[in-house]
Design a protein around this ligand. Structure first.
Ligand code: MEV
Length: 313
């Protein structure tokens, strides 16, 4: 059958600032352009109404008014804008982004569905509107997200993000080569954010100091992205990892991958996203070292993916 209105959205990785970003500190995130979620429309001949078929999960979601599913939030909003009485279509969805490992799978699938349904219904959304709609879907999945995932995925650019503010697009003086090492250990963003919230309640002063420190590391990193000092960003990422470790967000598998990456020449390596499992992000200023890091992690039995923040300054 013909794929109507096919659209896609990318995955993401956080370079620095996860968790602290929920408490108002800045964070830096990059798009993973080569790992994407895809959505397209098939018009229903034999079925009534609107549904989403998540092909990889073998799951069908029926979109009704009172449905609180992430895709229902997105599609119902677009249907209201369209004002057509009777709609009859299925959104087919497939994704290359691993789920529950901190790569933005939920925001990317919501964004792909949003783009595809908007195109099909002839609705034009600004990036700001699209990001806001995906954020509302993220609230259903994650509880109290900061908004970093929807922003980096919708704008598909490296960003500095502060909760409640428009993202600042970052420009790098030098190519930044990134390797993501996947521990294969799943964890829930909602749970990890809840765990931290509990610890913050018990020790507010200690966490305020930690979050402030992380915020400073992020600000320094932003300057070093602009200056092309990838070595310094690496050091700042390592310092960020130390604080995340103290916050009980690391995992033995993540520590193993971090060590492998550093031994292979990574300038910095840390967990990325919610932690408790999930992925490691490692950086280098050379494509050869990026390959070496990726091969070493893969050689130890973990999956990897690579991306580059290209120089734009
Ligand atoms: C999730 O990708 C990053 C966290 O900081 C949560 C959030 O910002 O919503 C852990």
């Amino acid at each position: 059958m013909m794929k109507i209105a096919e659209q896609s959205a990318c995955g993401k990785s956080i370079l620095l600032g996860e968790h602290a970003v929920v408490y108002g500190q800045p964070a830096i995130a990059v798009p993973m352009e080569d790992i994407r979620a895809y959505a397209w429309i098939e018009e229903n001949n034999d079925k009534e109404g609107v549904r989403v078929e998540a092909i990889d999960l073998d799951e069908e979601i029926i979109i009704e008014d009172e449905n609180k599913h992430q895709f229902a939030i997105v599609i119902n909003d677009l249907i209201k804008k369209n004002k057509t009485e009777k709609l009859n279509f299925t959104v087919k969805l497939t994704s290359e982004i691993p789920q529950s490992v901190g790569m933005g799978s939920s925001a990317a699938t919501s964004a792909a569905v949003c783009r595809c349904v908007a195109k099909y219904l002839g609705i034009s959304l600004s990036q700001e509107e699209e990001s806001e709609l995906v954020f509302r879907a993220e609230e259903v999945v994650h509880g109290t997200p900061s908004g970093i995932d929807n922003n980096v995925i919708v704008y598909e650019k490296p960003i500095l993000f502060v909760k409640g503010e428009a993202p600042k697009i970052l420009h790098s003086k030098k190519d930044l080569y990134i390797v993501i090492g996947q521990s294969g250990v799943e964890s829930s963003t909602m749970e990890m954010v809840k765990n931290i919230r509990k610890l913050v309640k018990e020790n507010p002063n200690e966490f305020e100091i930690k979050f402030d420190k992380i915020g400073k590391l992020v600000e320094e990193s932003e300057k070093n992205i602009e200056n092309g000092r990838v070595d310094k960003i690496g050091v700042l990422m390592n310092e960020n990892q130390e604080i995340l470790r103290e916050m009980q967000l690391s995992h033995p598998e993540l520590e193993t991958i971090i060590e492998i990456a550093k031994r292979a020449g990574a300038l910095g390596a840390k967990l990325t996203g919610k932690g408790g499992g999930g992925n490691v992000v490692a950086i280098s200023d050379k494509v050869e070292t990026q390959k070496l890091i990726a091969n070493s992690i893969e050689g130890a039995g973990y999956r990897v993916c690579k991306t580059k923040v290209g120089a734009t300054l």
